[in-house]
Design a protein around this ligand. Structure first.
Ligand code: TXA
Ligand code: MG
Length: 351
């Protein structure tokens, strides 16, 4: 059975956190809120504990885990001393939704965490519950998103339980995650900072924080079969509802909505249970068996916050055919569209 600790996000309940932290310290798996999504944590040095994460999620063993710290002093044990540009990024974005891939110090982390790579992704989450829990545990905490592999990441404790109840030891329920999308994963190579996964920190924010002479190289999507993505996790089907999802994209919003209506009508005629992912501005523009409103187009951060709950809602509604309207790839919109394209396995209708 999975234990649930409820706590206020802003003022973590000390007793609940002490207990959850001692569970982490003694090799158990505990899910907890971060500012991005819920993570499923375990002591990153303990191979048995880390293997329980992979087992609970059904995660492929070649996909490495992010290691979470509460204080920069924990870094020296885990990685080689970071370069100047990396220190700048830490100053600018930690605590926050930025994971930095660094050369790992050998012999400290469980080899399962790095999945055989010589590097490790590290991040300091910007969430009072996560920070207090990691600090109290006193160990580096390996934590992938707390969903079954391939499902949308959880932004609420209820999502974690829906996927992992009975498969993990505990979950700290600290309410809804604020960003709603995972961290941006970056790696410095010479004079280039590579974005391995777009996320909560935008390309523009990274560019502004980088020292002169370091350029930003944005993530390449849909790598060919020969090309291994630098973030191993990016090659897997992800974030997908059970129904078949198709994105409708185009410069003219009225045409996009008209095409969505046509697709929905045709699907209904085929006997599908239909779903539509729309922005609040267009809530009345399409009819479906289940319409999920996903934030406001005029506020892309709200779209990021609500995306995963919207994707999950199609499963609750047993939707078999889903259309989603695209958003502009500006700011956080880049990460939204990255996740939506994965959920759609590349099915995009351009109008
Ligand atoms: O916001 C987040 O990052 C959340 C919260 C819980 O912190 N965590 C998360 O973890 O999204 P996960 O395991 O779902 O995604 C980790 C991503 C994967 O794409 C993985 O391949 C990549 O980071 N990654 C981890 N370590 C890496 C490494 N050493 N080199 C390259 N990519 C790495
Ligand atoms: Mg994940």
């Amino acid at each position: 059975e999975t234990k649930i600790w409820k706590t206020d996000a802003a003022q973590p309940a000390a007793q609940a956190l002490q207990e959850a932290a001692s569970w982490l310290r003694t090799g158990r798996t505990v899910a907890f809120p971060t500012e991005t999504v819920y993570g499923l944590g375990a002591d990153a040095r303990n191979t048995e504990a880390v293997s329980a994460i992979f087992a609970a999620k059904g995660r492929p063993s070649d996909n490495p885990l992010i290691v979470h710290i509460a204080d920069r002093s924990q870094l020296a044990e885990l990685t080689a001393p970071p370069e100047e540009a990396v220190l700048r990024l830490m100053d600018a974005f930690w605590p926050g939704p930025l994971t930095i891939v660094l050369p790992a110090r050998p012999g400290v982390l469980s080899p399962l965490v790095t999945a055989g790579l010589s590097s490790v992704g590290v991040r300091m989450p910007d969430h009072p519950v996560a920070l207090a829990l990691i600090a109290a545990a006193g160990c580096p905490v390996a934590a992938p998103s707390a969903n079954r592999s391939g499902r949308p990441s959880p932004t609420q404790a209820a999502h974690v339980l829906r996927d992992l109840d009975g498969r993990i030891d505990g979950v700290v329920d600290g309410g809804t995650a604020g960003v709603g999308l995972e961290s941006t994963v970056v790696e410095l190579a010479g004079d280039a900072l590579h974005v391995l996964r777009p996320g909560g920190v935008t390309a523009g924010e990274l560019r502004r924080a980088l020292p002169a002479g370091v350029r930003l190289v944005e993530a390449v999507e849909a790598p060919t079969a020969q090309e291994t993505p630098r973030a191993p996790g990016m090659k897997y089907a992800h974030y997908a509802p059970r129904g078949q999802l198709t994105i409708v994209q185009g410069a003219d919003r009225q045409q996009v909505l008209a095409r969505m209506r046509r697709e929905l009508e045709a699907a209904r005629a085929r006997g599908e249970r239909t779903g539509a992912l729309v922005f609040a501005e267009h809530a009345d523009a399409v009819q479906a068996d289940h319409a999920a409103v996903c934030g406001r187009l005029s506020d892309l951060a709200s779209v990021g916050r609500e995306l995963y709950a919207a994707l999950r809602s199609f499963d609750e509604a047993d939707a078999t055919f889903i259309v989603a309207e695209a958003c502009p790839e500006e700011g956080i919109g880049a990460a939204v569209m990255n996740r939506l394209r994965k959920a759609a396995s590349g099915r995009i209708l351009q109008v």
